[in-house]
Design a protein around this ligand. Structure first.
Ligand code: AMP
Length: 377
């Protein structure tokens, strides 16, 4: 395979969710076709792609057929087995490399990697038994956050421990084992940086943004983050350091806490487009999805310039979908819906963005007003 990929080349994307959907739309604009590998019969990504393979991510026959049909392979879903990754990697270029996914798939591997790269995280200990958990709770102090090391997302697979008496229940409740105990960060805010990196090492990073969660799920992103310039710059330099240490080709999202003293601690990394980068679709000339596709296709990376300030709000579950008529009826809101047939509670159904002139992102009350929707129907 020669890079850059020529127009009409086929990009294989593992995972059929909204990140794959928006990546496939960006790929189409660049003249590429996408082939989606997903378990779902009617997936958001397959609705806008050239081809789809519906299969388990571990089935070697399907993985082989998928690899044979594409020129390069990337991901919107990271939890592919090590064997599956090795098989894909033996057949076609996989970007980012399986070594990167192996690091981000496991919180212990991820935090060890970050700390070895000189990047600060909350203090943490790996716990393999209830006795180890009790000991870790003593050493780190409470409160602390107990998490599964694998397969956790949107707050699933985690418990905050406030009292040592909660150890036994929390240990029994969380699967799969082993677990990780992290010191509780009393954060002033949560921020993130999305950064693209090409095979030649060139990087292009979007501005540092601020993220607000509701019930452990991202609710709102403010672009840019309303934090001290030095803090935003520290986040940028951490993102550059991490993406270089990983030798990643593709896109990386780095989620961070800013603590009460203004220190920046990395919470987790995701080697793919990220919910906190959706604002880039509307507020940047080239979005995170375009940079993802450009990086894996070997195209040059344009600077990730923001032409507007932005607020992005997620539409979650049935309540989120219920807002849709008001959103499409409100001038100035930019709607995005992901094509999911069923609005289960907690499911990301879509999002909308409101733009402001650069430098004019309003204060707290202004943001609340900007997101207030008229009653429709
Ligand atoms: P995660 O699944 O690691 O992304 O965590 C989901 C959310 O839980 C984060 O965005 C934080 O709001 C919160 N959280 C996770 N880890 C910690 C921690 N060590 N201290 C405080 N809050 C945390």
């Amino acid at each position: 395979m020669t890079f850059p990929l020529a127009p009409n080349a086929m990009i294989g994307l593992v995972g059929g969710g909204q990140l794959g959907r928006m990546s496939a739309m960006a790929a189409a604009r660049l003249g590429y076709r996408c082939h989606i590998l997903t378990r779902e019969a009617d997936s958001p990504a397959a609705q806008v792609a050239h081809a789809v393979t519906i299969s388990d991510y571990a089935d070697p026959v399907s993985l082989r057929a998928f690899a044979a049909a594409v020129d390069v392979i990337s991901f919107e879903f990271e939890n592919v087995s090590a064997e599956g990754l090795a098989l894909l990697d033996s057949l076609k270029p996989v970007r980012p490399a399986p070594s990167v996914l192996r690091i981000s798939q496991d919180r212990v591997t991820e935090k060890s990697f970050l700390n070895d790269a000189g990047v600060a995280t909350a203090p943490w200990l790996s716990v393999g038994s209830l006795a180890e958990l009790r000991d870790a709770a003593k050493r780190l102090g409470l409160p602390a956050v107990l998490k599964t090391t694998r397969l956790g997302y949107d707050g699933k697979g985690q418990r905050t421990l406030r009292d040592a008496a909660e150890c036994a229940d929390a240990w029994a409740a969380l699967e799969p084992k082993p677990l990780i105990l992290e010191g509780f960060v009393d954060f002033a805010c949560e921020i993130s940086v999305v950064i693209a990196r090409g095979a030649d090492g060139a990087m292009s990073a979007f501005d540092t943004v601020e993220n607000r969660h509701h019930a452990h799920i991202l609710d709102i992103t403010l672009a840019p983050a309303r934090i001290a310039e030095g803090t935003a710059a520290a986040a940028q330099s951490i993102a550059r350091r991490v993406v270089a240490a990983l030798d990643l080709v593709g896109l990386l999202a780095v989620e961070m806490f800013v603590d009460a003293r203004g220190r920046v601690l990395v919470n987790e990394i995701a080697p793919r487009p990220h919910n906190s980068g959706h604002w880039t679709l509307d507020a940047c000339a080239a979005s995170q999805f375009e940079l993802h596709i450009r990086a894996i296709a070997g195209l040059p990376l344009p600077p990730a310039v923001r032409h507007s300030d932005a607020v992005m709000k997620n539409l979650i579950g049935p309540e989120g979908v219920a807002l849709w008529p008001a959103i499409v009826a409100t001038p100035g809101l930019i709607p995005h819906l992901y094509g999911k047939a069923e609005a289960r509670p907690g499911r990301k159904m879509g999002h909308f963005t409101r733009l402001f002139s650069k430098g004019a992102l309003p204060g707290e009350l202004g943001v609340a007003a900007a997101l207030r929707l008229p009653l429709v129907g």
